[in-house]
Structure formats: structure tokens, C-alpha cells
Design a protein around this ligand. Structure first.
Ligand SMILES: *Cc1c(COP(=O)(O)O)cnc(C)c1O
Length: 217
């Protein structure tokens, strides 16, 4: 591999937000075991369709904003939340998850871009946030998630992803023996190469999976 990474270390999250449940199921049947959605309602309907088709070995990852009022219904369907970026949400997850004796794997979304429209915590807030969240029962921080600047050059994108990895490495060092921050969710269709080179373990690929399919539809 160009990035000198073991391919087994990098998993594809197939982002299904562009398609209905039928095509999402075809992707799962083709071997994509982890699917990502950015809206709770779409996750609910696809999950239901998958259950009806006995496709229950799919893992569902929430990659977009999760509203607290959608949490109770979403939590039982979720294998991982990539987009944790507020203490209020963390506390709500803790409350709901402990009530059903679950521990939800979460990634903390961080924003290293200059793009104020982007979601995610500012890097300066990350250490205090992790310190607070790690004390909550019912969720377990497994790493970080990030998006690169919209119009960044390849070099800038790579630099931003390197910053995410560095932030993860620093946290891992601070919490060695307490947290296992093995996941870095970064990279999409347009920039997964830079992300993998910088250490991504989960790449969230949407449009390039569906290009041919949607053009034909
Ligand atoms: C849509 C989306 C993706 C996939 O992006 P593509 O450019 O379509 O590959 C990845 N991450 C998040 C958070 C998304 O909303």
C-alpha cells in the first residue's frame, strides 16, 4: 500500500445516506460490514429493513449529529457513535445506556480546520472534554473523528489529519492503561488517501461507492 499501512488496519464505513435501504442491503451483502448514516431517522428505517431481511450482522455507525431527543430510539441500533462533540450529549448517552446496561463505543469529533461551519470540538477543548467524558458510565471513548477543510490542498488535508492523529497520540499517552484510543475516523471519498497515510483506521466512504449506481438509476 502507498501509505505503508497494513490493509487490515483500515476499515471502510460504507456511508449509505445517499441511497435507500435496498441498495444499502446490497452493499452489506457485497461484504461491507460497517454502514454509516448521518441522520437518525434514516438509520432507523434502514435498520428495520435489514432486520426484515435477516441481515443482522451489519454494524451501524452514526456519523452525523445525534439529537438528544432521538437518542433513546437510536442507541439500541448503534454499534458506534463517531460524532460526540458535547458534554450534554455524552451525559444523555450515559443516562440512556446505563439504563439498558450498555456501553456505547464513541469517538470524539474534533475540528482542526479554520472552517467555523464544521462540527466538532476545538482542539483546545479536547483534553478537558475527554477527562470529563471518561468518568461517565455507559460510554467508552475509543478514538477521534474528524473532517478536513473543504477546499484544502492535498498537503493541507494531510497536515490536518496528522494533527488529529497527534492529538490522539497525546491523549493515549496521558491515559495509557485507562483508555484504548485505537480508532481514527477520518477520510471520505475525496481524501481517504491522505487520511490513511496519516493513520486512519475507519474511512467513511459514500459518494464514490454509489457513483455508478446512482448514475444508472
Ligand atoms: C456524507 C459523509 C461522508 C461520506 O462522504 P463522501 O464524500 O460522500 O464519501 C463521510 N462522513 C460524514 C460525516 C458524512 O456526512
Amino acid at each position: 500500500m502507498a501509505a505503508s499501512r497494513d490493509p487490515a488496519e483500515v476499515c471502510i464505513v460504507g456511508v449509505t445516506k445517499y441511497v435507500g435501504p435496498e441498495l444499502a442491503l446490497q452493499l452489506a451483502q457485497a461484504g461491507c460490514r460497517i454502514l454509516g448514516e448521518n441522520r437518525p431517522q434514516s438509520l432507523w428505517s434502514k435498520h428495520e429493513y435489514f432486520q426484515a431481511h435477516a441481515a443482522e450482522d451489519t454494524q451501524w455507525h452514526m456519523i452525523g449529529h445525534l439529537q438528544r431527543n432521538k437518542l433513546r430510539r437510536t442507541l439500541p441500533l448503534l454499534d458506534c457513535l463517531h460524532s460526540l462533540d458535547s458534554l450534554r450529549l455524552a451525559e444523555a448517552i450515559s443516562h440512556e445506556a446505563t439504563a439498558v446496561a450498555r456501553v456505547l463505543p464513541v469517538l470524539v469529533e474534533v475540528n482542526f480546520t479554520q472552517d467555523s461551519s464544521k462540527t466538532g470540538l476545538p482542539p483546545s477543548a479536547l483534553p478537558a472534554f475527554v477527562e470529563q467524558v471518561r468518568q461517565l458510565p455507559g460510554l467508552r471513548i475509543e478514538g477521534l473523528m474528524a473532517m478536513a477543510s473543504q477546499d484544502g490542498s492535498e498537503a493541507q488535508t494531510r497536515r490536518e489529519f496528522e494533527q488529529v492523529r497527534q492529538a490522539r497520540d497525546e491523549l493515549q499517552q496521558a491515559y495509557s492503561g485507562e483508555l484504548t484510543l485505537s480508532q481514527l475516523s477520518m477520510g471520505m471519498s475525496g481524501d481517504f488517501r491522505q487520511a490513511v497515510a496519516a493513520g486512519a483506521t475507519l474511512v467513511r466512504i459514500g459518494s464514490s461507492l454509489w457513483e455508478g449506481v446512482l448514475a444508472a438509476a
